[in-house]
Write a protein that binds this ligand. Sequence first.
Ligand code: ATP
Ligand code: MG
Length: 560
Amino acid sequence: MMLKTLREIPAEAETVSHQLMLRAAMMRKLAAGIYSFLPLGLRTLHKVEQIVREEMDAAGAQELLMPAILPAEYYQESGRWDVFGPEMFRLRDRGARDFCLGPTHEEIFTQIVKGEVSSYRQLPLTLYQMQTKYRDERRPRFGVMRSREFIMKDAYSFDRDEAGLDVSYQSMYRAYCNAFKRMGLDFIVVDADSGAMGGSGSQEFMVKSDSGEDTVAYCSACGYAANDEKAACVPEKLEKEEPKAMAKIHTPKAGTIEELVDFLHTDEKHFAKTLIYTAGEETIAVMVRGDREVNETKLANLLGVTELALAEAETVMQVTGAKVGFAGPIGLSVPVYCDLEVAEMSNFIVGANETDYHYENVNNSDFTPVKIADLRTITEGDCCPRCGKPVSTTRGVEVGHIFKLGTKYTEALGCSYLDENGVAQNIIMGCYGIGINRTMAAVIEQNNDENGVIWPVSVAPYHVIVVPVNCANEEQMAMAEDIYKKLQARGIEVLLDDREERPGVKFKDADLIGIPVRITVGKKAGEGLVEYKLRKEQTITEYAADEAVDAIAPAGTVSG
Ligand code: ATP
Ligand code: MG
């Protein structure tokens, strides 16, 4: 077997799963965000895929396979040829026709269904594939967690009406729960932002992990859970003060909230920060309380834009007439959007649009925002938007996403059916994705110790590893091979470590690659005894060789 394990932690790997996938020779990097799966890793990848496939099939979804190289026209029809921007890998054929490497397949499934389905009798329908996706991510990282080529299970449901969509959606919801449970994952389902995709609702399946790139807010009191991009914020009610006289104050070099807090010996809550954004073609300002963060997802949704970024220093100087750090709402020429909480403040401090100056005792009557809305990000301890109790936050890895799309794609591509009265109706769609490689990494994030991976049996590359301590010893080798064959005959996936290595090296590798059961054949082979150890436990039990085999798979277990 090609299995060159690494003792050292590879310098480029920050997360445990990335480190272990390299150390255990599951995969190797080919380019940034592009990985080859080696024999050991591929076995687990296939198992993750197979569990998902079984749950899809059980839910009545049908598997098919679409190409990865896709003509531009369908994405042009839906408008996403432009929306995807640099994340889409684009190419031209020899006839100068535009193609992309599929980042996701809504358009293509819609196009297929348009050709195959014409009557209400053919609905509902859920189709899926296990297929390679391409996204030129801005920041590929954490190995296959955020890579540029990855396998996705993507499913799409097609229904006559919203009620039908609800049924299809719930059925995918259950299939996802089953699949992730079978892999031993500790996950929560959270409300997600529907964003630029439109649609009437979406949920993400989040695996709790410190290395997660998402933050999830949840309420233990009422069960509310949402991605922090989405979680609604309840403004903190502060006591209204009598307005004092507004005054310009000299705040030399205090261009950040921390510097201002030091300089004025006051609290972050007494500031409203004003941030300048470039939103599509427009420049706008956003205000949140000094201790809060702007929620860019909420802001982009409010503005109806897909491209949103903090403005360059040059732009900030242009619109405020001051260095970065001194923007404020008073006398600003660009539209000002205000978070709900700012409307609760009185006698606060804002930038004066003049380098080294702020205004104090500013009140909401001193400026006119174009809109006041929920524009901040929820934090630990904030009020739950559903029940008012304090929420908790946790980091999570998004392994799956389910989404009620509605008619966005079917309308754009003209995918309809004839109802009982022969009237054409738009088909209602849902879409459902699971990142297969990312899910595998997430399982490792939740199942490891200082020695390596601890695979749940359901996705372990092998169930058992048989380790003869001394391969030169014929008695040991004969017994090890006998156990190996018997287990195989009983349908157990078993690995025989017949390398001429020191036992310490073999045990280390067995731990590193995380095989659930280890059978060691050593000195007591002569007495017919072996050692049996579970990866997740410390205890070593002595068994007669056949007893060990029976403990794993009772006699009569059918192969395969
Ligand atoms: P993210 O917010 O993490 O970029 P996304 O919202 O772009 O994810 P979807 O388009 O909903 O993801 O894709 C469905 C699933 O595909 C995700 O839930 C995730 O498991 C997986 N996935 C998405 N992007 C990547 C990636 N770059 N590398 C690995 N898996 C990914
Ligand atoms: Mg993404």
